[in-house]
Design a binder for this molecule. Structure first.
Ligand SMILES: CC(C)(COP(=O)(O)OP(=O)(O)OC[C@H]1O[C@@H](n2cnc3c(N)ncnc32)[C@H](O)[C@@H]1OP(=O)(O)O)[C@@H](O)C(=O)NCCC(=O)NCCS
Length: 222
C-alpha cells in the first residue's frame, strides 16, 4: 500500500518544524500547532503519533495524530478544540477505548500517493494491537461551501457516499475505510471551505466492537 520511496515511523522532536510548515500550508486559515503542543502529543501518547517520511529527502510528507478517549465523556457534536483539549491532547485517557483521529494531513507535494491510506492503516493496526473498540474522527467537507445553497449537509454527505459528488477530504476518508456517522456543525473554528460543517466518521474494530449501547449507530443519519 505504501509507495516504495516512503516509510512510516512514530513522531520525533526533530519533525516539529516541518510539521508546523505543513500545517500552515494545508490549513491556511487555522492557527498552526505550536512546538509545545507537538511536544505534548509526543509526551502523552508517543505510540499514537505517526509520520510518513520521504525516504530520499528524509522530509516529513504527512502525519496522523491520535489520542485515546472515553467518548462517554463527550458529545457527538463536540468541536475539535474540546475533543483535543485545545490541540494539546491533555485529555488523552490511557484507558479510553476509542482511538480519536485528531488530525491527518499530507504535504500537497505528496498528496495522491496513498500516504493518508497508509497512515490510516497504521492507526487501525494500533486499534487492533491495543484491543480498542474503534477509531473515530471528523472529516472536513471542503467541497460543501460551493453546494450549500442547493444541498443540506446531510444531502451533500449522502451524495458523496453515493459517489455522485467528490469531496476532496471525505471521499479520501471513505476510500481509506472510514464510514460516516453524521454531519455536525462547528467542529473547526475557521473552516469556511466546509461552511462550518464536518462529518463524524468511524472505523469499528471487528475483533473488539463496542457494546451495543455505546455503538455510534444511534447517532447515524436516517
Ligand atoms: C485528505 C488528505 C489527508 C488525503 O491525503 P492523500 O495522501 O492525498 O490521500 P491518499 O493518496 O491516501 O488517497 C486515499 C484515497 O482517496 C483518493 N483521493 C485522495 N484525494 C482525493 C481527492 N481530492 N478527490 C478524490 N479522491 C481522492 C485517492 O485516490 C485514494 O483512493 P484509492 O485508494 O482508491 O486510490 C489530504 O488531501 C490533506 O492533507 N488534505 C488537507 C488536510 C485535511 O483536510 N486533512 C483532513 C482533516 S479531516
Amino acid at each position: 500500500m505504501l509507495p516504495a520511496n516512503y516509510h512510516l515511523r512514530t513522531l520525533e522532536p526533530s519533525d516539529y518544524d516541518e510539521i508546523i510548515a505543513i500545517c500552515k500550508q494545508v490549513y491556511p486559515t487555522e492557527v498552526p500547532y505550536t512546538l509545545d503542543e507537538l511536544e505534548e502529543h509526543y509526551t502523552v501518547f508517543p505510540q499514537g503519533q505517526f509520520v510518513a517520511i520521504d525516504t530520499d529527502s528524509q522530509a516529513v510528507a504527512g502525519v496522523h495524530f491520535t489520542l485515546r478517549l472515553r467518548l462517554l465523556d463527550f458529545h457527538i457534536d463536540d468541536s475539535w478544540d474540546i475533543l483535543t483539549a485545545g490541540g494539546t491532547f491533555a485529555d488523552h485517557n490511557p484507558d479510553g477505548p476509542t482511538l480519536y483521529g485528531a488530525d491527518i494531513m499530507v504535504h500537497p507535494r505528496h498528496q495522491h500517493h496513498g500516504l493518508a491510506h497508509a497512515l490510516t492503516d497504521v492507526t487501525r493496526q494500533l486499534v487492533e494491537e491495543e484491543r480498542l473498540w474503534r477509531m473515530v474522527g471528523a472529516s472536513r467537507l471542503p467541497g460543501y461551501s460551493q453546494r450549500r445553497e442547493a444541498l443540506s449537509p446531510e444531502e451533500y454527505v449522502e451524495a458523496v457516499l453515493e459517489g455522485e459528488l467528490v469531496d476532496p477530504v471525505l471521499t479520501a476518508h471513505l476510500k481509506d475505510g472510514w464510514t460516516v456517522v453524521r454531519p455536525i456543525h462547528g467542529y473547526l473554528d475557521h473552516d469556511e471551505e466546509s461552511a462550518g460543517w464536518a462529518a463524524v466518521i468511524q472505523w469499528v474494530n471487528p475483533e473488539c466492537p463496542p457494546p451495543s449501547e455505546l455503538d455510534l449507530g444511534r447517532f447515524e443519519m436516517p
